[in-house]
Design a protein around this ligand. Structure first.
Ligand code: SF4
Length: 456
């Protein structure tokens, strides 16, 4: 169906609808594209039908994500008719054009310039530089009080299940000054929490040989520790995602204990059995990893550790899987995500060992989740009776039947948005979005905490 709502001459700015699929890194790409388009005078439409053109930022990590991306492109074509595709799936354009030859353009991940050029070709910008100013912090697709801060692109690892290095290329870090300038702008614009992301956060700066750049009158090296320390001085919560358990990660734990960084590490361990880790081409020192976790907790007892695991990796035996369950008992992680292995086309893992049958993957997934659940619940229960800083994500105006207590939803310093649990908060006065309140934790259920505000 053709777009029923074309731009009418110069009466209104050209409108673009935008769909962003995939991980937070893709969301940051989307924010950059949208920021650029807004700066040029484009408006964002809420629906494809209300737009002159649709852009779909795709995810190509797993086959299921590719199917979701193709469905999103089909929907945009149906509802609008003029569609530009970008993102990870754009690295293999023939997969898209085989299904939808009518898309206007396909560009790959991080090709901001090419997406914007394609938009210009299909829908020229209306120049109005003074009316179409963009806020200095850029356009964010996350709520105003938190923002993802991408510190590098690409990855130099070669995990056998992953095609991201093929799609996104080698590690390319941003200079420390560039990252800090963006972080400072975000904080000045009201952002209270910075979520540091990349494919491999602890590898930050290795491609730049840790070169220093000038920021606020001094030189800051592009090193994981130096950047984290500077970010910790900006007055916002700073949360580190996708950190690998390299020895130098130990250095940031004192910053967490001092309250400069959130006491939170998102570390994708993926497995614990040495044979599986070897086939995954991941560091295979699970004993050392347990010792490292113990040391981290000695330095910062408040630390929350989130991780993700893959079950049903080619060649994973029952003994390997049991070893993983035993390791989870010993590691006592706070939050765990689990994925059934999917044979992504082009990933070397598919050739390494025989595939695990789907029914076995399914059974192991349920066993792992059931095994971890009481561990996570025990860790969460330790917070009952404590006072926690809680950032407000949803300030619901509803009140309890007695008409006095207002209910809101937030997160502790140990919970990342969208992936971890929430705190359900009662308060005698309304809470603002992004406000940080002190909450006495009264009870838990499997994933969430419940408490009452005792201070602002
Ligand atoms: S670290 Fe491994 S899983 Fe992560 S992006 Fe790099 S190759 Fe992929």
């Amino acid at each position: 169906m053709e777009n029923p709502n074309p731009t009418r001459g110069s009466e209104r700015p050209p409108r673009v609808s935008f769909v962003s699929l995939g991980c937070p890194k893709a969301l940051v790409d989307s924010e950059r594209i949208v920021t650029r388009l807004r700066a040029e005078g484009y408006e964002l439409a809420r629906s494809h039908a209300g737009a002159d053109l649709a852009v779909v930022n795709t995810c190509g990590f797993l086959d299921s994500a590719q199917a979701e991306s193709l469905a999103a492109i089909g929907k945009a074509l149906n509802e609008n008719g003029k569609v530009i595709v970008t993102g990870c799936m754009g690295a293999e354009p023939e997969k898209i054009t085989a299904h939808y030859p009518q898309v206007l353009a396909v560009t790959g991940p991080q090709q901001y310039e090419s997406v914007v050029e394609a938009v210009h070709r299909a829908l020229p910008p209306r120049h109005h530089p003074f009316l179409d100013l963009v806020p200095p912090e850029g356009i964010k697709l996350t709520p105003r009080h938190y923002a993802y801060l991408k510190i590098s692109e690409g990855c130099n690892n070669s995990c056998s299940f992953c095609i991201i290095p093929k799609l996104r290329g080698e590690l390319r870090s941003r200079s420390a000054a560039e990252v800090l300038r963006e972080a400072e702008r975000l904080v000045a614009a009201g952002v209270k929490e910075l979520l540091v992301i990349s494919q491999d956060t602890s590898a930050y700066g290795s491609d730049l040989r840790y070169a220093a750049s000038a920021w606020n009158g001094r030189d800051v090296r592009a090193r994981f520790l130096d950047l984290a320390a500077e970010l910790g001085e900006l007055g916002a919560w700073v949360r580190l995602h996708y950190v690998y358990p390299y020895p130098h990660v130990d250095e940031v734990l004192p910053l967490m204990a001092e309250g400069k960084l959130l006491p939170y590490l998102d570390v994708p361990f993926q497995h614990a059995a040495p044979a599986v880790l070897r086939r995954m081409r991941r560091p295979a020192a699970q004993e050392k990893t347990l010792q490292r976790i113990a040391r981290w907790r000695d330095t910062c007892p408040e630390l929350t550790i989130r991780s993700s695991f893959i079950v049903g990796f080619p060649g994973e035996s029952e003994a390997d899987f049991r070893l993983l369950l035993d390791w989870l008992d010993a590691a006592e992680l706070d939050r765990v995500g689990c994925f059934r292995y999917e044979a992504v086309a082009g990933a070397p893992a598919n050739e390494i060992a025989p595939a695990v049958p789907e029914a076995v993957k399914e059974e192991r997934w349920h066993r792992l989740m059931k095994h971890q659940q009481p561990i996570s619940a025990r860790r969460l229960k330790r917070k009952v009776g404590t006072r926690q800083q809680v950032i407000v994500d949803e300030a619901s105006p509803s009140s309890k039947p007695d008409g006095r207590m207002i209910v809101a939803k937030g997160r502790t310093r140990g919970d990342a948005p969208e992936i971890d649990g929430a705190v359900h908060v009662t308060s005698r006065r309304p809470l603002r979005l992004g406000e940080i309140a002190t909450v006495r934790i009264e009870r838990t259920d499997q994933y969430d905490l419940y408490g009452t505000v005792v201070g602002f």
